[in-house]
Design a protein around this ligand. Structure first.
Ligand code: HEM
Length: 400
């Protein structure tokens, strides 16, 4: 890892702050790739809602610009191109509307008691031990179980999630090498075959789960091919697993680092939703997302050319002093908490209500059930440029 990457992972916010001070929409080299870097809140929000900035790299003429990794991906990764996240309208709209038919507020609300009991069960399992590795024992298992429950994946198969998620996250991390991309394709094929079989099983024996709901939507509207359905299942696993796990770990670590906030929560459970929002703002699980310029245009006073890459620094926008006071402070009772951690515009996170629910329940359980928590050693940051989390977080605490 280069010195710049190590410094960036240590403190991406300092880098974004310096860029914002030069210009909220700045042309500069980032990890060796020249691109636009958007760090202003208003500019980032406007850009995410602007249809001239697209996800489908192949739709723009990128000749003359250094390619982003999606263009050089091996063909198997084509499955990813069937995910709504990587599509633009009209395909994006069609896929998203269909998933919305199955992924309803009722389905999310139904998860509440399930999340409570999964969280309690995981903490009960920790009871006998004086020390815990929070990520392995709790924060990544919780979202994995929740998504599995939502999709209708049998318990014994849930261990695959971590492996598949890692593969996906390496894929969308910043410009992975060709070798890394190629080594991922076998795992993606495994995941694809797994979901093809599960979809077939649910077609024959429907249940009250998301996959059965997608089958109904597919058959009723006939607008979703099997490849897209498999890609959608995989996207839900990828998008909702590691991100939510990082939200829980980041939130709990921030609370331990800010004892006054921790004490406030112990005394007032009504503050947990605000603690989740402030965590999302302060340490967003996804630091940045990208778009491609679809045509020559002017944005925020800058002339942009078709095919250029735009990196939208959600983490930078979230600390823009022009829209909030003292953005560098972690403060769960701030009155001006706003963030772009779920993005904005057509790709706004489809799972945001579920992620918030999981975050609230998880933090409440950790704060109320772990007595005298203490961090052991120096937690290591996840070695990722796009995702913000920890490799591990060792805690000494009594579980009550
Ligand atoms: C704290 C947890 C989460 C964070 C920070 C997060 C963040 C995001 C962001 C930033 C995007 C937009 C990406 C872009 O514009 O390029 C997104 C999209 C998406 N997220 Fe989440 N997410 C979280 C949890 C979840 C969960 C729990 C699910 C579902 C189970 C989910 C499903 C999705 C889907 C399907 C999309 C694609 C939406 C589209 O392209 O229209 N996410 N998420």
């Amino acid at each position: 890892m280069s010195g710049f990457a190590a410094r960036f992972i240590d403190n991406p916010y300092a880098f974004f702050r310096e860029a914002r001070q030069r210009h909220p929409v700045l042309w500069q080299e980032f990890f060796g790739v020249p691109m636009w870097l958007v760090t202003g809140y208003k500019e980032a929000e406007a850009l995410l809602k602007d249809a001239r900035f697209i996800r489908e790299v192949r739709k723009a003429d990128t000749s003359g610009h250094q390619p982003v990794h999606l263009e050089s991906s091996p063909p198997e990764v084509g499955l990813m191109r069937n995910m709504m996240l990587f599509r633009d309208a009209p395909d994006h709209t069609r896929l998203r509307n269909l998933v919305n038919k199955a992924f309803t507020p009722r389905m999310v609300q139904k998860q509440s008691s399930i999340i409570e009991s999964i969280a309690d069960h995981l903490l009960d399992e920790c009871r006998a031990r004086p020390q815990h590795e929070l990520i392995r024992d709790f924060s990544h298992l919780l979202p994995a179980f929740v998504i599995a429950e939502l999709l209708g994946v049998p318990k014994e198969d849930q261990s695959f999630f971590r492996k598949w998620s890692n593969v996906f996250f390496q894929f969308i991390d910043f410009n992975p090498s060709m070798e890394r991309l190629e080594s991922m394709t076998r795992d993606i094929e495994d995941a694809k075959r797994y979901f093809e079989t599960l979809i077939e099983t649910r077609r024959e024996h429907p249940r009250d789960d998301l996959i059965s709901g997608l089958i109904v939507a597919k058959e009723k509207y006939d607008q979703l091919n099997t490849e897209e359905m498999v890609a959608t299942c995989l996207l839900l696993v990828f998008a909702g697993y590691e991100t939510t796990g990082n939200l829980i770990t980041n939130g709990y670590k921030l609370l331990l680092d800010h004892p006054s906030m921790y004490d406030m929560l112990r005394g007032n459970a009504a503050l947990f939703p605000a603690a989740v929002e402030e965590t999302l703002r302060y340490e967003p699980p996804i630091l940045m997302v990208y778009r491609v310029v679809s045509d020559d245009l002017v944005f925020a006073g800058q002339s942009m050319q078709q095919g250029q890459v735009v990196m939208i620094a959600l983490a930078g926008a979230n600390r823009d002093p022009s829209v909030m006071n003292q953005p560098e402070d972690f403060n769960i009772v701030r009155s001006d908490c706003k963030h772009l951690s779920f993005a904005s515009g057509p790709h706004y996170c489809l799972g945001a209500p579920l992620a918030r629910l999981e975050g609230e329940i998880a933090l409440r359980k950790l704060v109320t059930r772990l007595e005298k928590p203490e961090i052991i050693g120096q937690p290591q940051r996840k070695q990722s440029v796009i995702f913000r989390g920890y490799e591990s977080l060792h805690i000494r605490a009594e579980v009550v």
